[in-house]
Design a protein around this ligand. Structure first.
Ligand code: ATP
Ligand code: MG
Length: 333
């Protein structure tokens, strides 16, 4: 492993052509401290930070991306398909805790991608997020990546006690499991955006391979009410989702977002994405899974994926978090 200072040196902002001390200082003031930060920031954010035109900010962002390509940390714009296939071998997977659900996902949730779980209240979105934070810590043989996670909690529903329970039920050290999860409580959409901008500083030093956003859209839904604010909401949400996706790609981490939608009671697949700028989230997500309740079980379906089977799969929620129906302990709760 390289000593920390050496890594930082090659990522220093002023190694980029055209970035002088003044620009560097302004970027740093805005929390953009390294070339990685600059590459993950949206042009609008860069423009605001340095007080320049958006076109100039796009240029700056492109320079950062180019530098990362040179450093072999990012894909070039044009890449041979065979090289791309080889590069995609770097994609890792984290088990959800359920074999059925993993199978539906082609082996678990992917790094270098954003996976969206959407469904009505109680459909298991937050339970999946809690379980994933535990599963990510497992060794590879057990479906994990021996990695830490970040849980951005926008609704105040993260429960350390639940992590403890899941870890213990899976034969893991609960204290250790808790210590490898960083929780960020986001109080409003602006705060949530700030947290995501800062993610880079947590990801690199902490061996983070999973970032959860539970929920990605709740604050936007609450803050932007009425027709007049719809355009602004969509724009803000779009900017935010793209920043998340860039973060997933640049750090090769798995990003998981949740999105609450109301079930369409008449036709099951009526339009479950109707509420909350669902389309912005839908278009940015790499994979989308629709969850629904069916008595004690939960049913998941992969939506809009070109290469995943379009079928339902069943999972359950128990002391192990997410699990398979056959493995449910036969004791009464
Ligand atoms: P919302 O949209 O309201 O955030 P959600 O999709 O995030 O909903 P979850 O919180 O993931 O919903 O799921 C809640 C459900 O998880 C509960 O209704 C319960 O059935 C189940 N659950 C929670 N804890 C346990 C547990 N320890 N054992 C079994 N089931 C549990
Ligand atoms: Mg929830």
């Amino acid at each position: 492993m390289l000593p920390a200072t050496e890594v930082e040196e090659e990522l220093e902002l002023d190694t980029l052509p055209g970035v002088g001390p003044a620009t560097k200082a302004k970027l740093k003031d805005a929390g953009i401290e390294t070339i990685l930060d600059l590459a993950t920031s949206g042009p609008m954010d860069i423009a605001e930070a340095v007080d320049i035109d958006v076109s100039k900010a796009v240029e700056l962002n492109n320079k950062a991306r180019k530098k990362l390509v040179e450093l072999n940390r990012l894909e070039p714009d044009f890449i041979n398909a065979a090289d791309l296939l080889a590069k995609r071998k770097a994609i890792d997977r984290i088990s959800t805790g359920s074999k059925n659900l993993d199978e539906l996902l082609g082996g678990g949730i992917e790094t270098w991608a954003m996976t969206e779980f959407f469904g009505e209240f109680g459909s298991g979105k937050s339970q999946i997020c809690h379980t994933l934070c535990v599963m990510a810590q497992q060794p590879r043989e057990e479906g994990g990546l021996d990695a830490s996670s970040v849980y951005v909690d926008t609704e105040g529903t993260f429960r350390p006690e639940r992590i403890q329970e899941i870890a213990e039920a899976r034969g893991m050290d609960a204290e250790k499991a808790l210590s490898r999860i960083t929780v960020a409580r986001a109080y409003n959409s602006a705060h949530q955006e700030l947290i995501v901008k800062d993610l880079g500083h947590i990801i690199e030093p902490n061996k983070v391979k999973l970032v959860i956003l539970d929920s990605a859209v709740a604050h936007y839904r609450a803050e932007f009410l009425g027709r007049g604010t719809l355009a602004e909401r969509q724009q803000r949400l779009n900017r935010f989702m793209h920043q998340l996706l860039r973060t997933a790609e640049i750090y090769n981490i798995a990003v998981v977002v949740t999105n609450q939608v109301q079930a369409a009671p008449d036709s099951f697949f009526g339009d479950p994405t109707r509420p909350v700028g669902g389309h912005v989230v839908a278009h940015t997500s790499t994979y989308r899974l629709y969850l629904r309740k069916a008595a004690k079980n939960r049913i998941a379906r992969m939506v809009d994926s070109p290469y995943h089977p379009e079928r339902d799969t069943v999972f359950i929620l128990n002391d192990r978090g997410v699990d398979d129906p056959s493995e449910e302990p036969t004791r009464k709760k």
